[in-house]
Design a protein around this ligand. Structure first.
Ligand code: HEC
Ligand code: HEC
Length: 368
């Protein structure tokens, strides 16, 4: 079985290394934005290397000066891809921290997110058998956010700007040593909005206090404090700010499940989001259990319900629509709707455990 936890750890270790590289870089030189020195035309540039985000061989993803790696507590599942995330601010500019929802990012900022796969899954995560498939950019312009996609070449030397998305076949060796191929979809540029748009405006999703307020660098630093030291945000005391636990960690089950649902579902399932009309709300700060699905009758009882009557039946994951749809890979039923092909086994297990632990109740007679 592919272990999503391994890949999460791998994403972290790669970023941790990047974090160190950045810390060293910043100590030696004064911070400045990663601006390109050559005249290579209008953004979006034709090649990812044109932005000069990375030093040395591109595939190593060593952040250049002013390129700040970061991690989120409750990452989006993307068919077991590992991710590298980076903030690139214009010189002298800062982001504005908010308690809930996305931070404000200044015009000229680029957020970079790379997706990579383990091509040899016999040995657990290691850095020498990674294949980077795509890098996504969100750029803050005077006209709001713009989204761009870069597809990596087979040689892993660079990535090319594409608009249309692509179906990619990724060869890999499975845990038992057999040669396999994983199908993966690079979404179309227009598909970014299905998750990143709220009230018809593109937004960043992971740059929020809950997602970023976490320990990084092997437990030695708080990420918000670190971002503040880097000059990416104003001086701030992270104590007492809200945070998400690691959904795969050891903390309270309810908090982990809610963090998972926030990270994977709330961009659509909230007012103004793509699934807002369903009435289901997965933002972590929603308190009313009926709003996050407990004994909630679905707005449209189609094939997606799998013959079940309620989104969440306390104590009964086997008759909860939420679990049924998360475990499905049928495009008519599956959740999230786009663009993954696999179910997140880790997420299904976590939400199953969470619902099973709720005191059993009969939704049809709520007064019991
Ligand atoms: C299935 C929903 C979904 C789709 C489709 C999607 N994203 Fe995202 N994206 C997310 C979520 C959730 C996060 C934050 C969590 C994380 O980083 O794991 C995110 C994070 C990002 C980030 C880091 C900044 C941020 O917003 O946190 C970038 C850059 C990004 N996405 C670009 C894109 C681009 C470009 C596209 C279109 C090709 C796209 N995304 C399509 C859900 C989606
Ligand atoms: C890209 C947007 C998007 C994402 C991400 C998404 N959903 Fe949905 N979801 C929808 C839309 C649109 C509907 C309404 C249409 C339908 O039922 O298929 C819906 C409906 C549902 C319903 C039926 C709810 C009701 O009461 O009517 C459930 C349950 C559900 N989603 C669960 C989830 C879960 C769990 C996740 C995360 C693992 C998730 N969804 C992620 C868009 C999304």
């Amino acid at each position: 079985m592919v272990n999503p936890l391994n890949l999460r750890t791998r994403a972290r270790s790669r970023t941790r290394w990047g974090l160190l590289a950045t810390l060293v870089g910043v100590a030696v030189m004064s911070a400045c934005g990663a601006e390109s020195k050559r005249d290579i035309g209008e953004i979006p540039y034709a090649l990812l290397s044109d932005y000069e985000f990375f030093d040395g061989p591109m595939a190593q993803m060593v952040p250049a000066q002013g390129v700040l790696p970061y991690t989120v507590a409750a990452p989006l599942f993307s068919d077991n891809a590992g991710k590298g995330r980076y903030i690139v601010l214009p010189e002298g500019k800062t982001m504005t921290v908010t308690e809930q929802d996305e931070w404000e990012i200044p015009q000229g900022t680029t957020i970079v997110k790379s997706f990579f796969f383990d091509t040899d899954r016999r040995d657990g995560p290691s850095d020498d058998d990674t294949r980077i498939v795509e890098t996504r950019l969100l750029r803050a312009t005077a006209d709001g956010l713009k989204s761009h996609i870069y597809r990596w070449n087979d040689e892993q030397t660079d990535a090319e700007y594409i608009r249309a998305g692509a179906d990619v076949a990724i060869p890999y060796t499975d845990a038992a040593g057999a040669e396999q191929v994983q199908d993966y979809i690079i979404p179309d540029e227009n598909a970014c909005g299905s998750c990143h748009e709220r009230d018809d405006v593109l937004r960043v999703l992971g740059l929020s206090t809950h997602q970023l307020n976490r320990t990084v660098d092997g437990g030695s630093a708080n990420q918000i404090a670190w971002l503040s030291e880097q000059g990416a945000i104003a001086d701030i005391d992270a104590t007492g700010l809200p945070s998400f636990p690691d959904p795969a960690g050891e903390m309270d089950l309810d908090a982990r499940a809610r963090a998972y649902l926030h990270g994977n579902c709330s961009h659509c399932h909230r007012p103004g989001g793509g699934g807002g009309a369903s009435g289901l709300k997965f933002t972590a700060w929603v308190q009313d259990e009926a709003e996050f699905g407990v004994c909630k009758v679905p707005a449209a009882a189609g094939a997606g319900a799998g013959g079940n009557a309620y989104d969440i039946v306390p104590g009964h994951p086997e008759s909860s629509i939420v679990v049924f749809r998360m475990a499905s890979t049928d495009p008519e039923k599956k959740m999230p709707e786009v663009p993954t092909l696999l179910a997140d086994e880790f997420g299904v297990d976590l939400i199953t455990e969470w619902i099973a632990a709720m005191p059993s109740r009969d939704c049809a007679s709520p007064e019991d």
